[in-house]
Design a protein around this ligand. Structure first.
Ligand code: ADP
Ligand code: MG
Length: 663
């Protein structure tokens, strides 16, 4: 109980809850997101743009400026024994009374040589004289750092009573320190080496549990699950494929054949289709839905965003228009009446194919005869969610689609419980996308390229990291760009904005106007990152490109180049970056992900929107690849040796039992 800890009153409790901390376990595993290593240094050692710690004596007077509500500035001179520098710190007016003349303090921040000014982010009234490792927590303004640390410390000074998931024999094998110490070190590290050891155990444990689930599903569930054999008239499929406006690529055909074999076998299908953006996964999923329909079953296709669900719906209605299938759309913006109508039709088998967002999962939907569940953009799911889907009907076959460009070896580990089809080739009518880096001062060049594109009657996506400039003045925002581009083009070009905060109707209207070429420039946040398929859009302009990971940039770029016209991607950034140059050099998602991998830490393989089991507290799938590999082997071996007698490992038994899959 959190309330029992000294220092936690109702107000603090509320603040902790807002951080997702509801019990002691949450609290002690609320780890610092980073550590600052503080050690006094000399000004002469200061690198531009690097935070340092300087000790010195306060020179009075200390001046305060109240700039506006919630913003004040404290200024004084600091004597470092070698030089006299100006110190500036924001929002610490309350420190003034303690900054006595000649008091020795530490200031932490960045030094600007040019104006001899030190912009401090923190001031320590007790000076730091030797190296300390300072934990940094993500906290809200409702809770002070010092009180949070007090609470944590009082908590970890007691018995932790925490559940262990690493079997003893493995703990010994790797000479891991125990979990209690590891947790204490995370919050109070004395030495970097201790911290390394602590992170290692905690990361291992997370990945071990993760791999245990995957291997359990693989070894004892999916491989043994039966489903109904689905037979259908192959000729109808061939006829459908012939009528498509394009010929399928070899990998698409291979994927479709494999799906057909899965259907015809009595083993339940559990397949992941991995293919780079634009490789044409959607049509494979439509064909799978058609096969499933011909065999007499209902199917679902789910997408991560409403925009994408809507697009799939329009698309599939169009592709299947002469075939007589009944198709329905279900998203959270479908109104009540319509919704219950759809639900009752699903129940009475009056709907053959349901298209929806992932929220469909949470609904009570009674299918009459569900045979297939397809999830688009699978990388946003965790293992538990994977199984959730599978439970929607009596053993439906399951297909996931993902464009996550991850190296194959890693895919085989992370998705070890599934069969994988890879679509490596792109439709060959495709031209490579031409990608180029620009800095902000070249903006006129960018604008004239945009104008050219519009004159050829093509459309443009513009992406910015923020919706509103209020959020930060270091980055471009959708709203600001809207004004700027309207000014630049004299309001003669139809421009609209799109972001997650608009309501669904507006979003749909905007997307449909864009699709119909009524809008020439769509300025957006990364909401357009996944799936959107508009052939006439041939230019992607991304502002503050350095703010995005390579995988995201590559996905964004995948929105263009969807026909046989040469498409251009313009990345705008003032930061010379090796990372961004990789995008100039290559259009190959798998290559980019390998590179991203090599550079480590800078990438966003799984984006920031990790969910479910893929969001680890300590482990990092990119940097802990060796640990992941070990965990894969160790958990496999563990299951093989202990699965039929788990009583010695109750905690792990619990985990396995919590994965419920019908069998
Ligand atoms: P993704 O794999 O990123 O989901 P899509 O399925 O959206 O890609 O396909 C991108 C575009 O390519 C769509 O407009 C689709 O109609 C088209 N397409 C799919 N397969 C082919 C093909 N074999 N030849 C030409 N165009 C294709
Ligand atoms: Mg797609």
């Amino acid at each position: 109980m959190l309330e029992e800890i000294k220092g936690i009153g109702p107000k603090t409790l509320k603040a902790l809850n807002a951080l997702g901390i509801y019990n002691i376990d949450d609290l002690i595993s609320y780890y610092p997101y980073k550590y600052n290593i503080l050690k006094p240094c000399f000004l002469s050692e200061a690198q531009a743009d690097e935070a340092i710690l300087i000790n010195g004596y306060v020179e009075n007077p200390v001046k305060i400026f109240f700039i506006k509500k919630n913003l004040n500035k404290l200024m004084f001179k600091l004597n470092t024994n070698q030089e006299l520098i100006n110190v500036v710190i924001f929002n610490r007016a309350f420190l003034k009374s303690q900054l006595n003349h000649n008091k020795l303090i530490s200031v932490i921040g960045k030094y600007n040589k040019k104006n001899n000014t030190f912009i401090a982010s923190d001031i320590k009234l007790t000076p730091i004289t030797e190296e300390v490792i300072e934990p940094k927590y993500h906290l809200s303004s409702a809770i002070k750092k010092s009180s949070f640390i007090k609470i944590i410390n009082s908590c970890i000074s007691n018995d932790l009573n925490i559940k262990n998931y690493i079997p003893d024999y493995l703990k010994e094998k790797y000479k891991f320190i125990d979990k209690d110490s590891a947790i204490r070190i995370m919050h109070n590290p004395k030495k970097l080496e201790d911290l390394r050891q602590a992170k290692l155990v905690l990361a291992y444990e997370e990945l071990f549990v993760f791999m245990l689930k995957i291997n359990y599903i693989k070894l004892y569930k999916t491989s043994k699950q039966k489903s109904n054999v689905k037979n259908f008239d192959k000729e109808k499929i061939d006829k459908f494929i012939k009528k498509l406006p394009f010929t399928l690529t070899t990998d698409q055909i291979k994927t479709i054949e494999t799906i057909e074999n899965d259907f015809r076998s009595d083993r339940r299908m559990n397949r992941l289709i991995l293919g780079d953006v634009g490789s044409g996964k959607t049509i494979c999923s439509f064909i799978a839905l058609y096969m499933n329909y011909l065999a007499g079953y209902q199917g679902i296709l789910m997408a991560p965003t409403e925009i994408l669900a809507e697009q799939h719906f329009n698309n599939i209605c169009n592709v299947f228009k002469d075939l007589g299938l009944k198709i329905a759309l279900l998203t959270s913006s479908v109104n009540r009446a319509k919704r219950s109508e759809v639900l009752s039709k699903i129940k009475s088998n009056d709907v053959d194919i349901l298209i929806g967002t992932h929220s469909v999962l949470n609904d009570e939907i009674n299918f009459n005869k569900l045979g297939l569940v397809i999830t688009d953009e699978q990388h946003r799911f965790g293992v538990n969610q994977r199984n959730n889907l599978a439970n929607k009907g009596k053993m439906p076959d399951v297909i996931y689609m993902s464009a996550t460009p991850i190296p194959r070896t890693l895919a085989l580990t992370l998705y070890g419980d599934m069969d994988i089809s890879q679509i490596k080739t792109k439709p060959n009518s495709r031209k490579e996308i031409n990608t180029k880096l620009y800095s902000f001062k070249d903006i006129n060049q960018v604008l004239s390229l945009m104008l050219e594109e519009i004159k050829s009657n093509h459309q443009i996506y513009v992406v910015a990291p923020l919706i509103d400039s209020e959020e930060s003045n270091e980055m471009e925002s959708v709203n600001k760009l809207y004004m700027e581009l309207n000014t630049a083009f004299n309001s003669k070009v139809p421009i609209k904005i799109l972001h997650g905060k608009l309501n669904q109707k507006d979003k749909n209207d905007i997307m449909s106007d864009y699709k119909n070429n009524k809008i020439k420039i769509l300025i957006s946040t990364t909401v357009i990152e996944v799936g959107i398929d508009i052939k006439n859009a041939t230019m992607m302009v991304i502002f503050n490109a350095e703010r995005f990971g390579l995988a995201t940039l590559h996905q964004l770029r995948g929105r263009i180049g969807r026909n046989d016209i040469l498409s251009k991607c313009l990345l705008i950034s003032d930061y010379e970056s090796e990372r961004l140059k990789i995008l100039e050099q290559s259009n190959d998602g798998f290559y980019i992900s390998e590179k991203d991998f090599e550079m480590r830490g800078s990438g966003d393989l799984f984006g920031t929107r990790q969910s479910g089991d893929m969001s680890f507290k300590i482990a990092n799938i990119k940097t802990n690849i060796k640990i992941l590999q070990k965990c894969k082997e160790d958990s496999e071996e563990f299951l093989k040796n202990n699965y039929y007698n788990l009583n010695k490992y109750l905690n792990l038994k619990e985990i396995i039992n919590s994965i419920n899959i019908n069998s």
